[in-house]
Write a protein that binds this ligand. Structure first.
Ligand code: UDP
Length: 247
């Protein structure tokens, strides 16, 4: 990020990106709900080459107890990158980046969960990045929202997330690793589709006001696409459960 010097040609003569996508085209997305037996809710997400697992426990008694809030449940999120998830082995354990990402994901989810229904409780969200290729916070949040719904936790909506940005002076959707590392801007965002609220918005790099407006527009549209795939995953999961009950 930050427009580092590079010879990479981000946009070719036909206006296509390195992997052949149009500027406003998403990478392929796959979402599956209820993939783990021992968590209360779970989801697996692939966004391009990102592979992410989310598991939810709770609402359950909050530990440590001094974090308990008598008025509502707290959402505790732990985002973690596996050592083998990136090219150079990632040093295990939390770092500044994972603490930041855990915090922004928990805050985004806090906007949709009816936390006031569960005073003093904790809802624990674990996000494991199995394979990373830029946009893991968005894939992680997308997975966590499905896992919360899979756990049966009351929510006002799901939260789809996607990154927009800029490469070769062009606003692009869903940056891959080269675009993220060597591009001019990276703007991860997440929305509550029912209300249009933006619950996550960060920016690394620079965009003009016009570029920002354009980025928000394609980002919003893409979030609605992600939202449909999230809902499909939950419907499929529900259909499987219903079929088992009928047997
Ligand atoms: N990355 C890496 N090692 C790290 C952290 C990140 O190789 O320790 C790569 C990884 O592919 C990640 C990308 O850099 O997806 C972009 O990271 P960023 O901090 O922008 O977060 P993300 O785009 O994954 O939400």
């Amino acid at each position: 990020m930050g427009g580092m010097e590079t010879d990479i040609k981000f946009i070719d003569e036909n206006g296509l990106r390195i992997d052949g996508r149009k500027p406003d085209q998403l990478r392929p997305i796959k979402i599956e709900a209820g993939v783990l037996n021992n968590a209360d809710g779970s989801a697996y997400v692939e966004m391009g080459k990102n592979k992410v697992l989310a598991a939810v426990y709770g609402p359950r008694e909050c530990h440590p107890r001094h974090l308990q809030n008598p008025a509502k449940a707290i959402i505790q999120c732990k985002y973690n990158m596996m050592s083998f998830s990136v090219g150079d082995r990632k040093r295990p354990g939390p770092d500044r980046r994972s603490v930041e990402i855990s915090k922004i994901i928990a805050e985004a989810l806090d906007n949709v969960v009816f936390t006031e229904n569960f005073p003093r409780a904790s809802i624990d969200v674990y996000i494991e990045i199995l394979q990373a290729n830029a946009g893991t916070r968005c894939a992680g949040l997308t997975a966590a929202a499905v896992a919360l719904a899979d756990a049966g936790i009351p929510m006002k909506d799901l939260v789809p997330a996607i990154a927009v940005g800029k490469v070769a002076d062009t606003v692009v959707l869903d940056l891959d690793k080269e675009e993220d590392n060597f591009g001019q801007a990276d703007v991860p965002m997440a929305i509550v589709p029912r209300t249009g609220e933006i619950v996550l918005l960060q920016m690394d790099g620079h965009l003009t006001t016009e570029e920002f407006d354009q980025a928000m527009e394609i980002g919003m549209k893409a979030c609605m696409e992600v939202y449909e795939i999230q809902k499909d995953a939950l419907k499929r999961r529900y259909a499987v459960d219903a079929a088992i009950e009928e047997e």
